[in-house]
Design a protein around this ligand. Structure first.
Ligand SMILES: Nc1ncnc2c1ncn2[C@@H]1O[C@H](COP(=O)(O)OP(=O)(O)OP(=O)(O)O)[C@@H](O)[C@H]1O
Length: 335
C-alpha cells in the first residue's frame, strides 16, 4: 500500500477575535496519496481555505491549532514533515513553495506587478532548487510552454498585467509546478475562467499530476468541477467534514442530507426548466455554531428533537471507502 503523502488528523483551527474564539475547522481528518486528486467542496465559509492554509502554516497570528491536531507530509523517499511542529521560518520554507505549492483563484495575487513573470519564476527556483540562473530560465520557459503558453520565451519577459486571464492562470500553474512540489493546493483555480478555458486548465492539471505523480488538493464550491477533476471528495460544512469518499460514489449515492442538498442545487443540463432547489436557511455565523450535527438546523430530513440536535454523529462507513456523518442506525443500506 502506498503511504499517504499527506495525513491530516483531527485538525481544529480557531481564531482569537474581539468577538470571541471563532472555530473555523473542527476535527477534520483526511489523507491524500501521491498521484491522487482530493476535492474539498463546500459553501462559502465552510473552512476550505483555512484548512488549505494550515497545510502551509499560512494562517495569521491569531490562529490557534487544536492540541491533538496533526498534519504530516511524507514526500516519497524523504523524512516525514510534522507541519504543525515547524517553528522557524527557515523550516517552513521546506514546505512553502518547496514540498507544497499553492495556486489561487486570482492569479494576480501570485505575481508581483513590477517584476516580470520570468524573474519571479527564476527567483523561486533559485530559492528551492540548486539550479543556476541559466538552468532556471530554461526550465521556466519549458514549463510555460508545457502549460500551453505560445511564444513562452517572449512571455517570460512580460509582466502579469500583459497576459490575458487564461494565460495568467497558466503562468501561475507553470510557476507553481516548476519546483516539482509533492502536493499542489489549488484554491478555486478555475472559478474566474470561462468554461472552455476552465476545461483546458483542468485537463492540464490532470496531465501534470500523472506526469509528476504529485497529489492535488482541489478546493471549490462547485461539485460539477469536482466531478470532473477529483478521485475522492470531502464535503465540508461549517468547519466539519460531513461526507467523504470516491467521487462517483458520493455524487451518485450521497448519504448525507447536506451533500444531497448541494447536488439538488446544481443546474441540470438535461432539464433546463427544472427549478433550482437551494438548501433552505442560511449558514450560521461561526460564532454561533449549532450543537450536535452542525447542519441540523438546515436539515429538512430531521424530526424535531432528533439526536442530531445534541450529539455529533461520527463518520460512519456507508459504502466502500465512503463515509458520512451519520449515526450507524441511519445508514440506508441499498436493498
Ligand atoms: N483570520 C481570521 N480571523 C477570524 N476568522 C477567520 C479568519 N480567517 C477565516 N475566518 C473564518 O473562518 C471561516 C472559514 O473560512 P474559509 O475562508 O476557510 O472558508 P471557505 O470555505 O474557504 O470559504 P470561501 O469559499 O468563501 O473561500 C469563515 O467563517 C471565516 O470568516
Amino acid at each position: 500500500m502506498t503511504a499517504p503523502l499527506l495525513s491530516v488528523r483531527d485538525l481544529t483551527v480557531r481564531f482569537r477575535t474581539d468577538e470571541g474564539l471563532i472555530t473555523a475547522v473542527e476535527n477534520v481528518s483526511f489523507e491524500l496519496k501521491p498521484g491522487e486528486v482530493l476535492g474539498l467542496v463546500g459553501e462559502s465559509g465552510s473552512g476550505k481555505s483555512v484548512t488549505a492554509k494550515a497545510l502551509m502554516r499560512l494562517n495569521p497570528r491569531n490562529t490557534r491549532y487544536g492540541e491533538d491536531s496533526a498534519i504530516r507530509l511524507t514526500p516519497p523517499g524523504e523524512d516525514p514533515i510534522d507541519v504543525l511542529a515547524l517553528k522557524r521560518e527557515k523550516e517552513m520554507k521546506r514546505v512553502r513553495g518547496g514540498a507544497i505549492s499553492m495556486i489561487f483563484q486570482e492569479p494576480m495575487a501570485s505575481f508581483a506587478p513590477a517584476i516580470t513573470i520570468g524573474d519571479q519564476m527564476v527567483e523561486q527556483l533559485r530559492i528551492h532548487t540548486s539550479l543556476t540562473r541559466a538552468q532556471a530560465r530554461e526550465l521556466s520557459i519549458e514549463m510555460l510552454a508545457r502549460t500551453g503558453i505560445p511564444q513562452a520565451a517572449r512571455r517570460f519577459d512580460q509582466y502579469a498585467f500583459e497576459l490575458s486571464g487564461g494565460m495568467r492562470q497558466r503562468a501561475m500553474i507553470a510557476m507553481a509546478l516548476s519546483t516539482k512540489p509533492r502536493l499542489l493546493i489549488a484554491d478555486e483555480p478555475t472559478t474566474a475562467l470561462d468554461v472552455t478555458i476552465q476545461a483546458q486548465v483542468i485537463d492540464l492539471m490532470k496531465d501534470l499530476v500523472r506526469e509528476f505523480g504529485m497529489g492535488i488538493l482541489f478546493i471549490t464550491h462547485d461539485l460539477g468541477v469536482i466531478a470532473q477533476t477529483a478521485d475522492r471528495v470531502a464535503v465540508m460544512y461549517l468547519g466539519r467534514i460531513l461526507e467523504a469518499g470516491p467521487v462517483r460514489s458520493v455524487i451518485r449515492t450521497p448519504a448525507h442530507a447536506y451533500t444531497r442538498g448541494l447536488i439538488n442545487a446544481l443546474p441540470k443540463l438535461t432539464d433546463l426548466d427544472a427549478p433550482l432547489t437551494p438548501i433552505q436557511g442560511d449558514i450560521p455565523s461561526p460564532l454561533e455554531r449549532p450543537a450536535g450535527c452542525v447542519f441540523h438546523p438546515r436539515n429538512p430530513e430531521l424530526a424535531p428533537g432528533s439526536r442530531y440536535e445534541r450529539e455529533v454523529p461520527p463518520l460512519t462507513e456507508v459504502g466502500p471507502n465512503h463515509f458520512a456523518a451519520l449515526f450507524p442506525e441511519d445508514v440506508r443500506r441499498p436493498s
